[in-house]
Design a protein around this ligand. Structure first.
Ligand code: GDP
Length: 340
């Protein structure tokens, strides 16, 4: 994601300004035409201006291509997220960019040869203008897409890296203890960034397990409500998480005074469960420290009947049973394989 910070995609306006600047720097002297006279001199200068303009447009198209390829190379999560928000089809765009780049090359050669054979000064100027116009308009036609790429890349650059061997998303309603859990499962201080295209934060922590790096991700405001309460932007974020996660931990709050009822928590659980498809969702009952043994048994039984699989009881705050939770996470992620 550091690479996204270095990407520099230019809008049509910026490219136009750049072309203008480069053309201005071309003089009789710079193209070795000082000694030439009349039409010959003009042809030489105009050809140089045309070539530098086309070359610039080509280079800038290439930059956009590189940015798009970079997004694609980052994996399905980033690519999907990017496509959802920019409403671009990355493969189709790459095709368009490549075709335009080849076309610029042809325009350059075509108009350079017209300039060479121009009989009069007027003809030369007309050919130059036409060639330049065609070349710039190729970029202009792509500008809407280019601007979206530019904005999209800037958004991705705000995100902390989720690079690792496995990604586990921590889901659950607000206040159930997700961020406490994340900080206790990972050693280093969690990194905080922005979830792209939203005003929501994303919190990332890494755990070096014997199977490789497991990245835990907490996205407050994204996986903490039933989908039918979400707006379009939030839905897109949720949809993208599906491609990010190899598994999810769903946190239930055992506190009887918790802000959300068990029904509400179960509803959001169903959302997360269906979102993850056939990927594992590990159900966790947090804050077990606030209950008496018999209360806990009762709650765990009640909840256990409503969800498939094991319910792992922990206290994130008191660090109870977290090693066991980690063991379960690894088992689910690696499906019982041996460590490498
Ligand atoms: P999030 O909104 O899901 O990220 O929840 P937080 O991690 O911010 O926790 C919400 C509140 O619950 C905080 O006051 C935490 O200290 C508290 N909390 C988290 N885990 C536990 C736990 O295991 N036991 C108790 N008693 N409180 C907890």
């Amino acid at each position: 994601l550091e690479e996204f910070k270095r990407v520099r995609v230019r809008s049509f306006k910026e490219v136009y300004a750049l072309v203008d600047e480069k053309m201005r720097s071309i003089t009789d002297k710079s193209v070795g035409a000082r000694r030439l006279v009349g039409d010959e001199k003009i042809r030489r200068v105009l050809t140089a201006k045309l070539r530098v303009s086309c070359e610039t447009v080509r280079e800038e198209l290439e930059r956009v291509e590189e940015a798009v390829s970079l997004v694609k190379s980052m994996g399905e999560f980033y690519a999907k997220l990017f496509e959802l928000y920019t409403r671009l089809d990355l493969d189709a765009l790459l095709g368009k960019l490549r075709r335009s780049r080849r076309l610029v090359g042809r325009i350059e050669e075509d108009y350079a040869s017209r300039l060479r054979s121009a009989g009069t000064r007027r003809e030369a100027v007309a050919s130059f203008r036409e060639g330049l116009g065609r070349c710039l308009s190729l970029y202009k036609r792509l500008n809407r897409d280019v601007v979206r790429v530019k904005q999209g890349v800037a958004e991705l650059a705000k995100m902390p890296s989720v690079k690792g061997d496995y990604v586990v998303v921590i889901a659950g309603m607000p206040q159930v203890g997700k961020s406490t859990l994340l900080s206790k499962l990972t050693r280093a201080k969690p990194e905080i960034g922005m979830f792209p295209f939203t005003t929501k934060t994303i919190i990332v922590g890494h755990w070096e397990s014997e199977y490789g790096t497991v990245v835990f991700v907490d996205t407050p405001g994204i996986l903490d409500r039933p989908v039918d309460e979400m707006n379009e932007i939030e839905l897109k974020a949720v949809y993208a998480v599906k491609y990010l996660a190899d598994a999810a931990i769903y946190v239930f709050d055992a506190n009887p005074n918790s802000y959300y009822s068990l029904e509400q928590q179960l509803k959001t659980y169903s959302t997360v469960r269906s979102l993850l498809g056939d990927k594992p969702v590990i159900a966790v009952l947090n804050k077990v420290d606030v209950l008496r043994e018999d209360e806990l048994e009762k709650l765990a039984r009640e909840l256990g009947e409503k969800i498939p699989g094991e319910l792992v009881r922990v206290s994130a705050l008191k660090e109870l049973n977290l090693d066991y939770l980690k063991k379960v996470v690894l088992e689910k992620l690696t499906a019982g394989k041996r460590p490498p």
